[in-house]
Structures are given as structure tokens and as C-alpha cells.
Design a protein around this ligand. Structure first.
Ligand SMILES: C[S@@+](CC[C@H](N)C(=O)[O-])C[C@H]1O[C@@H](n2cnc3c(N)ncnc32)[C@H](O)[C@@H]1O
Length: 275
């Protein structure tokens, strides 16, 4: 598993990253046009939907959900109190329920929501298959799960840094996790920020699937021993955490470099499409 693909490490990471997440991270890596395009397969425009946003963080994706589904039937779940504190300060999210919780053991009953959305969180989950089976469990029959996340890099340097940081699954892995969990009618869209070049690997994917029948996932994973979010920091883990965070931070100057080059060249955006 990757350096930050652990619950305690992700909690520490967002203790710091939450300070600048909305201002510095999303404008480079997860923009409003990308978000709106990625949310399309979730079909949020139906009336009266109960929606859960898992790994909702500061609520950037939740704001996109609320624009279609309204606030009163949307629930945000995140394991980080620091990220949720940022969401609590946003007037647009005042009517949204905010709960601390783990993507791999959601605090929701079986067959209880119409839409499950998770954006940019799977890369931190120690057990992505278990979390997608959990998405299946909480959906009502006919409900849709949408998971948005990064894709495996093939450039050797990018691959080394991304693997040292967190989980960048292949598109086949996303599809296999959905199919094994029991989802049908899979749909996929690719999204990328404006600075991402057309000839590069696809940047990120949004995968949606429909739950065909009531009850928990047919995968019946059983109870694997879960990681403890409150685990103690040991010197070994501190080193792993620091190296993983540094590998992640290396992507910021790359994104800044291409963003500035595009601004200087007057290159216009692609509105979140492609990748
Ligand atoms: C990159 S942020 C994405 C936030 C938000 N979805 C957005 O679109 O801006 C990843 C979020 O996933 C949360 N997270 C990581 N592991 C989690 C887990 N096991 N259960 C719940 N949330 C988790 C982090 O705390 C963080 O807020």
C-alpha cells in the first residue's frame, strides 16, 4: 500500500492540507468544470433524491451536488474533522447534514440513499473494494454510485511519485471493483484540468454503476480487520508519511508550470472534458 493510503495518515495529511485545500489545491487539480462533467453520470437532476457524498471534505463536490439535488436531502461524510470544519463555514452547505465517518463502514442503513458520490477520496482508502461494496449496501435498488478518482500514470517519474504518495488505480481496477460489488450498467467519463495535455495518460475517471437488487453487496466480503484512524505515529510511520507527502507535493510545481505557460500563451480551457 502507498504512503498515504492509510486512514491515520490521511487524517494527518488533511489536518494540514485543509488549511489551503479550497484556495490552492482544487484550482489546480479539481476544477468546477471537471466536477460538473464528472457528476453527469450520477443523474442528480431527478426530483427527491437522497444523496450521500463520501470523503466529502470541504464540500467542493457537494456544492456541485447541491446545485442539482438541493441541500436538504444531501449528507456529507468524511473521516476528517478538519475538512468538515471548512464545509461548516460555507453558506451554500448550511442545509447539508455533515457527519464524521469512514468510507469503509458508512454510518448509514442498508438500502437508504438514491445516490452515492465520492470524489477524490478512493486514493486514500486501504480497501477500495470494501468501500465500493459499502456504496452498494447503502444504495436503494435502482440507485447509482459514482466514484471519481485519479488514474495510474505510465510516465516513469510520474508513476514513481504517484505510487509513493497514494493509490492511482488503473481504469480496469475501477471497473472490476464495481462489477465484483454487484453494480450493473456501468458508465465512465474522463476529466482533466485545463493544463493537462491531450497526449498524456488520462488524468481521472468518473465511474458510475446501478444497484440492481436490494440488500448488501453479493460480494459478501465479511469483516476484515479495519485500520484504526486514531493509530499512534511511530518514527517509521512518520518517515513514510513525510516521504509520501513530499512525493505528492511534487505535483504542485508541475501543475503550476503548465498553468502559467498556458496563461502566457493565452491557451483557452477545455471545460473539464477529455484527459
Ligand atoms: C482530495 S479530498 C476530496 C474532498 C472532496 N470530495 C472534493 O471533491 O473536494 C479527499 C477526502 O477524502 C477523505 N477521506 C480519506 N479517507 C477517508 C475514509 N476512509 N473515509 C472517509 N473519508 C476519507 C479525506 O479526509 C479528504 O477530505
Amino acid at each position: 500500500m502507498r504512503s498515504i493510503q492509510h486512514k491515520a495518515e490521511a487524517l494527518w495529511f488533511y489536518r494540514v492540507v485543509s488549511l489551503g485545500y479550497d484556495r490552492f489545491i482544487n484550482p489546480l487539480f479539481w476544477t468546477a468544470p471537471m466536477r460538473d462533467r464528472a457528476l453527469e453520470p450520477a443523474r442528480l437532476d431527478r426530483p427527491g433524491l437522497d444523496v450521500v457524498d463520501v470523503g466529502a471534505g470541504t464540500g467542493f463536490t457537494t456544492e456541485g451536488i447541491v446545485a442539482s439535488a438541493g441541500a436538504s436531502r444531501v449528507t456529507m461524510i468524511d473521516q476528517s474533522p478538519h475538512q468538515l470544519a471548512r464545509a461548516r463555514a460555507k453558506p451554500a452547505l448550511a442545509g447539508v447534514e455533515k457527519r464524521l465517518g469512514d468510507a469503509e463502514a458508512l454510518p448509514l442503513p442498508t438500502d437508504s440513499v438514491d445516490r452515492y458520490v465520492s470524489a477524490g477520496s478512493i486514493e486514500y482508502w486501504p480497501d477500495p473494494q470494501g468501500a465500493i461494496a459499502e456504496a452498494y449496501r447503502v444504495l436503494r435498488p435502482g440507485g447509482i454510485a459514482l466514484v471519481i478518482g485519479p488514474l495510474r500514470r505510465t510516465h516513469p517519474v510520474a508513476r514513481f511519485l504517484s505510487d509513493a504518495w497514494m493509490l492511482f488505480p488503473s481504469e480496469d481496477e475501477y471497473v472490476a471493483w464495481f462489477e465484483r460489488a454487484g453494480f450493473t450498467d456501468l458508465r465512465r467519463v474522463h476529466v482533466a484540468p485545463d493544463w493537462w495535455r491531450g497526449g498524456w495518460d488520462p488524468y481521472a475517471v468518473a465511474v458510475a454503476g446501478v444497484k440492481p437488487a436490494p440488500g448488501p453487496s453479493p460480494l459478501a466480503l465479511g469483516l476484515a480487520p479495519a485500520e484504526d484512524v486514531g493509530e499512534r505515529m511511530t518514527p517509521r510511520r512518520l518517515v513514510r508519511f513525510a516521504l509520501g507527502s513530499l512525493a505528492g507535493a511534487a505535483f504542485i510545481p508541475v501543475a503550476l508550470w503548465f498553468t502559467v505557460r498556458d496563461r502566457v500563451a493565452g491557451r483557452s480551457g477545455r471545460g473539464g472534458r477529455g484527459g
